[in-house]
Design a protein around this ligand. Structure first.
Ligand code: NDP
Length: 246
């Protein structure tokens, strides 16, 4: 069945792969982005290439008014939003003792406030229709912590609490809320890391490699599907086994 989907941060990386995978699954996809217009148009082209229908929606997920405008634009073009993928995210790394207020706040605003604003806005229509899927993109860092990422880890851990609370609130209306937890995935978000650090990240996984955006997209597409109707409040690692520990 074709649904109306919103994917935030879909101009590149994991979000782009999710947008294309949802289009391949037959859904109409709103491609959210903040600043990368040309990259977002590339996502739209990829959606067309798989025979799908897409729409560009620009806005900062950490700004309530932007979120409202983005959802209104999607509703006007496609109708009520049935699938929401909260994927947009940033890093601003630094050790806790010297981390600036701005870097703390910016990461929390984008990675935690943003998903909340989007979920709250999407839920209006989902509750009315008594059907919906919300998939959050967390991070292994939210489970394990990470030196120099106290802001990012706090936001991603918070996302798991948000997922479980929202899942309880809306379960009676056939709305599921889940979080996919990627391990290191080769995208621009890691572009500032040294080759040594990247090699170290690859070795973290028992599978001894990084994941790909399409591997994350496959898990998101499943959780967004009709088939995943009885799965809610869960955290699904896509991490080559890192979360097993040891
Ligand atoms: P990228 O940096 O490649 O892409 C991030 C996307 O988010 C871009 O489309 C960007 O759009 C958008 N974005 C950033 N800030 C905002 C904002 N305030 N409002 C709206 N959109 C915004 O990241 P990845 O694809 O690697 O990451 C996607 C998600 O996966 C993130 O939540 C990240 O934390 C998570 N993740 C990534 C891992 C990895 O190793 N890559 C590992 C674990 C989790 P624009 O360029 O237009 O600003």
């Amino acid at each position: 069945m074709s649904r109306v989907a919103v994917v935030t941060g879909a101009s590149r990386g994991i979000g782009q792969a999710i947008a294309v995978a949802l289009a391949e699954a037959g859904h109409r996809v709103a491609v959210g982005y903040r600043s990368g217009g040309p990259a977002a148009r590339e996502t739209l082209d990829l959606i067309s290439q798989v025979g799908g229908e897409g729409l560009l929606v620009r806005g900062d997920v950490g700004v309530r008014a932007d979120v409202d405008e983005m959802f209104t634009a999607v509703e006007d073009a496609f109708g009520p939003v049935e699938l929401l993928v909260n994927n947009a995210g940033i890093v601003r790394d630094g050790l806790a003792v010297t981390l600036s207020d701005a870097d703390w706040e910016q990461v929390l605003r984008t990675n935690l406030h943003g998903p909340f604003y989007c979920a709250r806005r999407a839920l209006r229509g989902m509750l009315r229709r008594r059907w919906g899927r919300i998939v959050n993109v967390g991070s292994i860092v939210g489970l394990l912590g990470s030196t120099g990422q106290v802001n990012y880890a706090s936001a991603k851990a918070g996302l798991i609490g948000m997922t479980r609370s929202l899942a309880r609130e809306v379960a009676g209306r056939n709305i599921t809320v889940n979080t996919v937890v990627p391990g290191p995935i080769g995208t621009e978000i890691l572009s500032e890391l040294s080759p040594e650090r990247l090699a170290e990240l690859s070795r973290m996984a028992p599978m001894n490699r990084m994941g790909t955006p399409t591997e994350v997209a496959a898990a998101v597409t499943f959780l967004a599907s009709e088939a995943a109707a009885f799965i809610t409040g869960t955290t699904l690692p896509v991490d080559g086994g890192i979360s097993m520990g040891g």
